[in-house]
Design a protein around this ligand. Structure first.
Ligand SMILES: [Zn+2]
Ligand SMILES: [Zn+2]
Length: 99
């Protein structure tokens, strides 16, 4: 699987968030964002951690089960803030292009 995070700034225009069709409503974006932060193994759980050792996001259940021995497991809320800010920035850019 492709890593969710990392190397994004070098791949502008090719991230998941950039793939929103221009007709996407804010609600739909929220849904997509939710899917993006849902744990692949536990769909009811939000990912809370980013394991740098595996380059994977995971929920707390996965963190306990799979990443207990990993050295770099980071809480993800900072990254989510970053993603949301980025989404807003992309909107802004797309509006700018239409003008
Ligand atoms: Zn999980
Ligand atoms: Zn890990």
């Amino acid at each position: 699987m492709r890593p969710l995070f990392g190397g994004e700034s070098r791949n502008r225009g090719r991230t998941t968030l950039c793939a929103f069709p221009s007709s996407t409503t804010p609600q739909e974006k929220q849904e997509l964002l939710k899917n993006l932060i849902a744990c692949p193994n536990h769909e009811k759980e939000e990912v809370v951690y980013l394991c740098k050792d595996h380059d994977k996001t995971c929920c707390f259940k996965c963190a306990i089960a799979d990443h207990r021995k990993c050295e770099e497991v980071k809480v993800i809320c900072d990254i989510l803030n970053y993603l949301q800010v980025k989404t807003v920035l992309i909107d802004f850019q797309q509006q700018g292009e239409r003008l």
